[in-house]
Every structure is written in C-alpha cells, then in structure tokens.
Design a binder for this molecule. Structure first.
Ligand code: PEP
Ligand code: MN
Length: 337
C-alpha cells in the first residue's frame, strides 16, 4: 500500500502512522519529498489486515493499493490458460465450444427437437433454463425439477452435457444432481453465499457478469469459486446496462481481452441476452470468436415467436445451423477449430 501524508504535519503525527503500519504487520519504507512524506507499506495486501482505515486519520491524504484484490483467478497465480471439462467437452482448449438451446425448457417436444437440431449443427453443450429469474412475477417461472428431468433426458438421448441456471441456494443439491455446468445468472452474480454453495458442489460454474458489475467485481466474484476449492470456473459476458437502449444490454466484447490478460479462466460470450435481438446474434458471435472467446452461449428455439421467454433473441434451428457454418473461418482466423 502507498500512504500519502498531508503537508505540514507534525513529527508526532508521522510517527503515529508509522506505528500503526507496523502494528498491522507491514514494513514501512519512507520517501521524503519537498512538501510531503509518502510511505510504502510492504506486505501482502490480499491476506493482511487492510491499511485503508488510515484514510480516516486527519494526517493522511490518501491510501492506495498496489496489489490487485483478487489472487487465485489472476494470471499471476496461474500463467497458463485453464481448461474446464464438462463430460467429454473441454472449454478453453483449441476448439471454440458452443452451448446452445432454448432460453427456457418448455416441453419435452420443444427441448428434444432443439437438442437434436443443435447437436446436428455442431453444438457441444445443451443449454436450457428450468428455474427462470423473471423480472415480473406473472411471467413464466420455469418448469423447475420437471425441466431438469427433461434436460437429463435430452443429455441421455444426445450425449451432450447440459448447462442450466442455479437460481437459489435452496436448489443447489437438486440442480447439481442434473446439471453438468451450473449457470449463475446476472442477477445473482454477487450473491456470495450462492457462489460458495455452487463452488462446493465441485461442478463447473459459469458465472455471468452482473448487469452493473465492474470487471474487478466480476473477478472477485469468480475468486469466491476458486477460493472454495473449485477450479472449474467460466466467466460469461452477457451485456451490461448502459444508456443505450437499442439493444437489451450492451455486450462488452472488450471483456474478452481484458479477462484474458487478468485471468486464466475460460471466457464465454452470450450474445443472446447481450443484444436481445436475434438479428444481431450472428455478428456478435463472429466478433467474439475472432477476439478469442473460448465459448459461446446461444439461445435457440424451434419457434421463437411462440417462446415462453426471450422470444425476440432466440435463433431458429435453421438460423443456428447457418451461423455454425459461418463461424468456421472466424475460428480458424483466431487459431481455433
Ligand atoms: C438466460 O441465460 O436465460 C438468463 C436468464 O441469463 P442472464 O442471467 O444473463 O440474464
Ligand atoms: Mn434467456
């Protein structure tokens, strides 16, 4: 930490700060300038008592961190890319992984038809919400356990691992029993007790970015997974709230290179929630793959016009198949298959 003292303070005030720094387990290094004194406090800021409380002292002008607040998710801790396995599928390896399926599981017919079609088109993982976080309590809330059972049936029939949202701590055991990957939604991205409970299942966790979350906060939320002995973390950008309302959210593709610099965990892009418009999904998938995304999470429905949730953003089965073909040169350009 760097502690900047105010100009014209007494020797006693300076000594009191030095004493406090030592008391908290840091080694002070004093730099005397013309007007003021700057103290470098040497020690591990991530594990030691914080010195930020010095901000309340009248003789202190500023306290600044030098180290990052996250540890296990950082590239420094783990210089090589991490990979996450779900069934036979490896995310973060040479192949760009595609997770596709309906926003919500609605019926056996709807799910099976979608699952078979997306597999045929080349998808690797089946998505589908059974517990849905809806803005209005009057909207379809998901089929719950019945939806999970249908996902398990689709997995048995297609061989594809499944990803589904874990909405509440009360559902942890139930959802972990059926899902290969637990999805933590944007609305729960800083529900820290849910993150800990999800981590403790040992299942891979796909952590969506909170819609108003800074990258640092998102990395720290991811740290909760790794700090609870679960290395299987995926970060998923799904768009953030900005002033723009042409799209449902603003898909922040800059998160891809930023996360690649800061972290070793694979990066997933969800252009469906990211735009809210099916007509934009293809372009953003291509951009994301070209920029180094490890996986895509795409909503696909046999009849989007009649979907029970998020109809406007779901691709048709044909639209998805076309996209899968069109993605190939973008994956190749990024050195992926
Ligand atoms: C979803 O994937 O259907 C979903 C609800 O996602 P998000 O949490 O990003 O809104
Ligand atoms: Mn959705």
């Amino acid at each position: 930490m760097i502690i900047v003292l105010k100009p014209k303070i007494t020797k006693r005030q300076e000594a009191a700060v030095l004493k406090e720094i030592k008391k908290l387990g840091y080694r002070p290094h004093i730099i005397r300038g013309v007007e003021r004194v700057v103290i470098g406090a040497i020690g591990d800021e991530r594990t030691q008592h914080t010195l930020e409380t010095l901000m309340t002292w009248p003789q202190v002008e500023n306290v600044m961190r030098v180290q990052k607040r996250y540890k296990l998710v950082s590239r420094e801790a783990h210089p090589r890319h991490s990979t996450v396995r779900a069934g036979d599928v490896v995310i973060g390896g040479p192949e760009v992984v595609v997770m596709a399926g309906p926003c919500s599981v609605e019926s056996e017919k709807q799910l099976m038809k979608t699952a078979l079609a997306v597999r045929e088109a080349g998808a690797h993982i089946l998505r589908g919400g059974a517990f849905k976080p809806r803005t209005s309590p009057y909207e379809f809330q998901g089929l719950g356990e019945k939806g999970l059972k249908l996902l398990a049936k689709a997995r048995a029939e297609t061989g594809m691992p499944v990803i589904t949202e874990l909405l509440a701590e009360a559902h942890v055991d139930l959802v972990a029993e059926y899902a290969d990957i637990l999805q933590i939604g944007t609305r729960n991205a800083q529900n820290f007790q849910l993150l800990v409970a999800a981590a403790k299942t040992g299942r891979p966790v796909l952590l969506k970015r909170g819609m108003a979350m800074r990258i640092e906060e998102w990395l720290l939320a991811g740290e909760y997974i790794l700090a609870n002995e679960n290395p299987n973390l995926l970060f998923c950008e799904r768009g953030i709230r900005t002033f723009e309302n042409y799209t449902r959210n603003t898909l922040d593709l800059s998160a891809i290179p930023i996360l690649k610099q800061e972290s070793h965990s694979p990066v997933v892009i969800d252009p469906s929630q990211g735009t809210g418009r099916a007509s934009l999904v293809s372009a953003l998938c291509k951009g994301a793959v070209a920029m180094g995304a490890d996986a895509l999470l795409i909503e696909v429905h046999p009849n989007p016009a009649e979907a029970w949730s998020d109809g406007g953003q779901q691709l048709t089965l044909d639209g998805f198949a076309t996209l899968m073909q069109e993605l190939k040169p973008f994956a190749a350009a990024a050195g992926r298959s």
